[in-house]
Design a protein around this ligand. Structure first.
Ligand SMILES: [Zn+2]
Length: 329
């Protein structure tokens, strides 16, 4: 290799090194922007739209950077691995959804130096291990009455219905989603039951046993169905954002007699039409968010500070910007 070419190759190596450093730096900044939601202040509903709209990354490139920014929050060493080319944005994006809790460090470490295909194989092995103890929620047939089904099959064993539900059973893992009609009150579906199976450690069994004892007065038979329902109702009352919104709406509805926090449907429609179904947040630099999903009504002059529920005092905000606004009040 002549001297010129040798120099060119050295410069190229240097450029590659700088590129890796630059990517690592970008992810470091992004991680912080994501943590403190600076994208919201700048007028974007997510870090993803911030990258696509403001910096014109392709959707795939933006997605990989968002995943990397999230993983760096949980494992800062990822930045070093990125700089050292032990991980790249593609492998990071692949492992991010799985790299949580106890698996976090082990998964990151075992992905070092691996190609995309090798990491995919690693994740397949991991999911296979999980598969062995896959939880199941199996829908049992509707029992319309004590007549037809039982006459044919008096012992009412599940096997009697295998033929009827065989197709449905193929979808009976946790991914199975119930259509709204499944939960609707329907006299025929009232007896719809599901069979739930999962493997747990002894600690869970101890918790169930203790719950049985504590709730003995309420559920003398200690049926798991009753205990699980009670436990999840309590959990969701505390943690489910939808329930919180529902409760807030119910509270608003209750307040209607005494106060005007309740927003009549006609005003909601008026605001929606006026804001053209888009988030109306505009950053100090004039960037309008324009998000069309997860929209909420916001009191411009806060209701808690005396703002009323007129269309002039209301606007549409996406969830990100409504939260951002609440944080900055
Ligand atoms: Zn918005």
């Amino acid at each position: 290799m002549n001297q010129n070419n040798k120099k060119l190759m050295e410069d190229f190596s240097l450029a590659v090194l700088k590129e890796r450093e630059a990517i690592s730096e970008v992810i470091s900044y992004l991680s912080h922007i994501w943590k403190v939601k600076l994208y919201a202040e700048a007028g974007y509903s997510s870090l993803f739209t911030f990258l696509v709209e403001k910096y014109h990354y392709s959707k795939a490139a933006a997605y990989r950077r968002v995943q990397a920014a999230k993983l760096v929050q949980r494992e800062p060493k990822v930045l070093i691995y990125l700089k050292e080319a032990k991980l790249n944005l593609t492998t990071i994006a692949l492992i991010e959804p799985f790299a949580t809790g106890e698996k976090l460090q082990a998964l990151v470490e075992s992905s070092l130096g691996k190609t995309k295909e090798e990491v995919e194989e690693l994740l397949r092995e991991l999911s296979h291990k999980v598969e062995i103890h896959k939880d199941k929620i199996r829908r049992l047939p509707i029992i319309k009455s004590s007549s037809a089904a039982e006459l044919k099959c008096p012992e009412l064993k599940q096997e009697c219905f295998t033929e009827d539900v065989s197709q449905k059973e193929k979808k009976t893992s946790l991914e199975m989603s119930f259509s709204p009609s499944d939960t609707a009150v329907n006299p025929i579906q009232e007896t719809r039951k599901v069979k739930i199976e999962f493997v747990a450690d002894e600690k869970v069994a101890e918790l169930i046993q203790r719950a049985k004892e504590v709730l003995r007065h309420k559920y003398p038979h200690g049926k798991l169905e009753d205990l699980v329902r009670e436990a999840f109702e309590l959990l969701l009352d505390k943690k489910d954002p939808e329930r919180k919104i529902k409760k807030t709406l119910e509270k608003k509805s209750n307040d209607v007699k005494s106060e005007t926090r309740y927003i009549p449907k006609a005003i909601q429609r008026e605001v929606y039409q006026r804001d053209e179904g888009h988030c109306s947040y505009t950053s100090s630099e004039g960037k309008k968010c324009g998000e069309k999903n997860f929209l909420e009504l916001d009191h411009i002059h806060p209701w808690s500070l005396g703002g009323n529920s007129t269309s002039e005092n209301l606007r549409l905000l996406c969830r990100t910007h409504n939260q951002y606004r609440n944080q900055t009040l």
